[in-house]
Design a protein around this ligand. Sequence first.
Ligand code: SF4
Ligand code: SF4
Length: 301
Amino acid sequence: MEKIIFPPDYDYVGIYLTDKCFLKCPYCITSHHGSKFIGQPDASYLSPDQWIKALNRLELPTDVPISLQGGEPFLYKGIAEIMENVRHKVDIMTALPPFLNREYFLKLKTLDWNKRPAPYPTIRVSFHKGQNDFKELVDRIAGLNDILSIGLYYLTHPALSEDEISFMKVYAKEKGVELRAKDFLGLYDGKMYGQLKYPGSVDGRRQGIEVTCRNTVMPVAPDGMVYLCHSDLYFNRRERALGNITASHFEFPSTHLPCPNFGLCSECDVKIKNNHYQQFGYTSVDIRFDENKARSDGKET
Ligand code: SF4
Ligand code: SF4
C-alpha cells in the first residue's frame, strides 16, 4: 500500500473504530438532522490488523495525532492491539465504559502512544448530563492520572445549573483531575447552541443550493471509508466517500468538491473552535457559495 500524504493544513484525523456505544445521549451529535450513525444494522468493521496497516501508512501533518473515537472506541475489541502497534501518537475520545480501569492500561505492552506534549489531556473522557455519574468518573480518572494523560470534559448541556458546574469544579480539583468544558452543540428547547461559521448550515434541511467544500479534517468510518465531512459519515453516504483507507492508493482532493447537502452539515465541521494548537478561530470546512447555482429540487445526488 502506498503512503497517504496529508496536506500540511490538515488539523485532525478522526478514526471511528465503531458505531456502537453504551450510552444513549438524546443529543448525540451523530444523530443530528436524523442521521443514524450509532448501531447501524449492516455495519462492517476493519480488523485490528487492517487498521494497523492502514494507520501506519499515514504521513500525518506536524503535531497531529490520530484520534480514536466512535461511538465508544473502547467497545471495539482490537483497540489495545491498535494502540500498541501504531507508529503515531493517539488521542482517544471516550465515555470511559465500566470495564476500563488501571489494570487494563497497565497490562498493555506500552503506553508510548499516550505520551506527547499537548496543551490538553490526550485521553478525553466526556461527562454527559443524565447519562453518566460525574463523581464516579472523577474518582476513576483520579486512579489513572499518574500513568496517563487523561482528563474530563463536561458537555455544557443547557440544563446544567451553575451550582452543578461549581460543584464539579470543586470536586475535580479536590481529586486532582483536569476538568474542561466542551461545547454543547445543536438544538435544545428551540434554541441553537454553538458558534457556527455558516448561517443555515445546520438548519436540518437542504437549503437548495449547490456549494463547493473543502475540509481539513479526515473522518474515517468503521469500515475504512474516508469521507469529506462528518455529515457524509453520519449519514453513511458511501457514494460520496473519497475512498477507503485500505485501498492501495488514496489521495486527498486537490480542490473544493461540489456538495448538494448544505443545511445538513454537522456542527463538528462548521463550528468555530480551537485548532490542535488550541488557537481559537479555526473551522474545519471551507464552504464556497455560488449564488447562481440555486437548486430547485433540493434532492441529494
Ligand atoms: S457517549 Fe458520545 S457517542 Fe455515545 S451516545 Fe453519547 S454522545 Fe453519542
Ligand atoms: S457543505 Fe456541509 S454537508 Fe456538504 S460537504 Fe461541506 S460540510 Fe459536508
